[in-house]
Design a protein around this ligand. Structure first.
Ligand SMILES: Cc1cc2nc3c(=O)[nH]c(=O)nc-3n(C[C@H](O)[C@H](O)[C@H](O)COP(=O)(O)OP(=O)(O)OC[C@H]3O[C@@H](n4cnc5c(N)ncnc54)[C@H](O)[C@@H]3O)c2cc1C
Length: 434
């Protein structure tokens, strides 16, 4: 299949993609990108914001949100920043030129500076049955329900790790779904310590209490799915609970299993730009500057820490990219607090090593190319496995299976290759205009 695409691209006639010069380009219109663009445009900069979704809002404000979300989007619209929805970065050329795919075709953007605000995505852990119909991402189910999918009366088991599970469980209950349980792999001690830490941030504590009330006693700390099978009447999920060595396993029937094991930063655009990547995500200094001159990074792509972190980092980078320095001690303090909270999240929801051992030899790891765990054992790294098994070479380009192999084998994808998102073959034949 990939050979066919390359062959067609090589034989198709090249067309000319226009080049657009931009003062400041913001990649991603989630809370971080919105805050960055609004601040920079408010300071008089010419700003273009691109996002592959049809409307600004990112993951959390997808399809609308609370009043604060509406105010943020309205401020962006009033700021003078131009928003280009349905537009994604496909590749990075020399001198920081970005090749983008938009609703009207391909074009090159030539920005003077860039703010990368590409957010995060869900992390999946492979276990027997995780690719069956009815098993979906926790965030995936949230997006489906927000877009109108009816779950009234359906039995939903939410499993995995992180605060997103509570938000999904509360949404299921609110929309008339029957929440079976929330299997959270972090144990009760870690959750209790995290909850105590929230005392320092009353806003987050109130939010957590509200979500906790909505899900009630259905939260099962220290639990995770080990296998799922389909029966005539839906799914049956085997759930393991308790510390290593004294686990108990029970079966929970459901119609939908919504699974997500935390979030991983989307670092592909930053990596293609040559930015250094740290342990938490794109490396940034205290002003959100990356290791590449003229490139800033903000929000979840620099480390998963929630919407407040995205908003304050976005604002700080917007001001810095606009050339405004100093005079914002409060903002910097907010960024420091938000980063400390991100570190707390990371510590609380670190994955239990037992999760790495759930996949048996027949468990699919790469869904795009149907590569099972048994085929991957014996390789020493991602690159070798990719070359010999095609893992990570399908349409998701390793976004899903790359993190799966990170959990199971400890591999880290070592390179980023174009196209960063799927593009029509005709798009691959375009060359820069003048
Ligand atoms: C699936 C999911 C569900 C979540 N649900 C909740 C929730 O209910 N409550 C909560 O508090 N937090 C939730 N979070 C966490 C939440 O996303 C963050 O707290 C916050 O939205 C992060 O804002 P951000 O702007 O940094 O990133 P995001 O909101 O993720 O925005 C990043 C944007 O960049 C765009 N993008 C990425 N790559 C490209 C590219 N190559 N070209 C163009 N555009 C690109 C994406 O489409 C996206 O719109 C969720 C996260 C995920 C992944």
């Amino acid at each position: 299949m990939a050979d066919r695409v390359v062959e067609q691209a090589a034989t198709a006639p090249a067309t000319t993609a226009p080049v657009e010069r931009v003062e400041l380009l913001v990649v991603g219109a989630g809370p971080a990108g919105i805050a960055a663009a609004t601040a920079a445009a408010g300071a008089g900069r010419q700003v273009l914001v691109i996002d592959d979704n049809p409307a600004p809002g990112g993951q959390i404000w997808r399809g609308g949100g609370p009043a604060a979300a509406e105010r943020a989007v309205a401020r962006l619209a009033a700021s003078g920043a131009v928003v280009a929805p349905g537009t994604a970065v496909v590749d990075v050329g020399p001198a920081r030129r970005l090749f983008v795919r938009g609703p009207t075709g391909m074009r090159w953007l030539e920005p003077r500076s860039i703010i990368v605000a590409t957010g995060a995505r869900e992390r999946f852990v492979p276990f027997p049955g995780w690719t069956l119909p009815g098993v979906v991402g926790a965030g995936g189910l949230q997006a489906l329900v927000k877009q109108g999918c009816d779950i009234a009366g359906r039995r939903v088991l939410v499993a995995g790790s992180g605060p997103l599970l509570l938000a999904v469980g509360a949404l299921v209950a609110e929309r008339g779904g029957r929440l079976v349980a929330i299997a959270e792999q972090a144990d009760i001690r870690r959750l209790a310590r995290f909850a105590l830490g929230l005392m320092a941030t009353p806003g987050k504590l109130v939010q957590a209490l509200g979500l906790g009330r909505a899900v009630g006693s259905r939260l099962l700390p220290g639990s995770f799915p080990t296998a799922v099978r389909a029966t005539g009447g839906g799914l049956v999920v085997s759930v393991s609970s308790g510390p290593a060595g004294s686990e108990k396993t029970g079966d929970l029937p459901c119609d939908i299993l919504a699974c997500g094991f935390g979030l991983v930063p989307n670092t592909e655009v930053a990596r293609a730009l040559g930015c250094r990547i740290g342990a938490a995500g794109v490396w940034v200094d205290e002003d959100q500057r990356t290791s590449v001159a003229g490139v800033f990074a903000v929000g979840e792509c620099t480390g998963v820490g929630g919407v407040e972190k995205s908003l304050v980092e976005g604002r700080l980078a917007g001001l810095r990219a606009a050339g405004l320095a100093g005079g914002d001690a409060t903002l910097r303090a907010q960024v420091r607090r938000a980063r400390a909270f991100a570190a707390q999240l990371e510590k609380t929801f670190t994955l239990d090593p037992r999760l790495a051992r759930l996949a048996d030899d027949d468990t699919i790891v790469c869904r795009c190319e149907d590569v099972v765990a048994g085929r991957l054992r014996g390789f020493t790294d991602w690159r070798e496995a990719k070359l010999l098994t095609r893992v990570g070479m399908g349409p998701c380009q390793g976004r899903v299976c790359g993190t799966c192999t990170g959990v199971v084998f400890g591999w880290a994808p070592d390179d980023v290759r174009p196209p960063l998102v799927p593009v029509p073959v005709a798009g691959l034949t375009t060359v820069p205009g003048s």
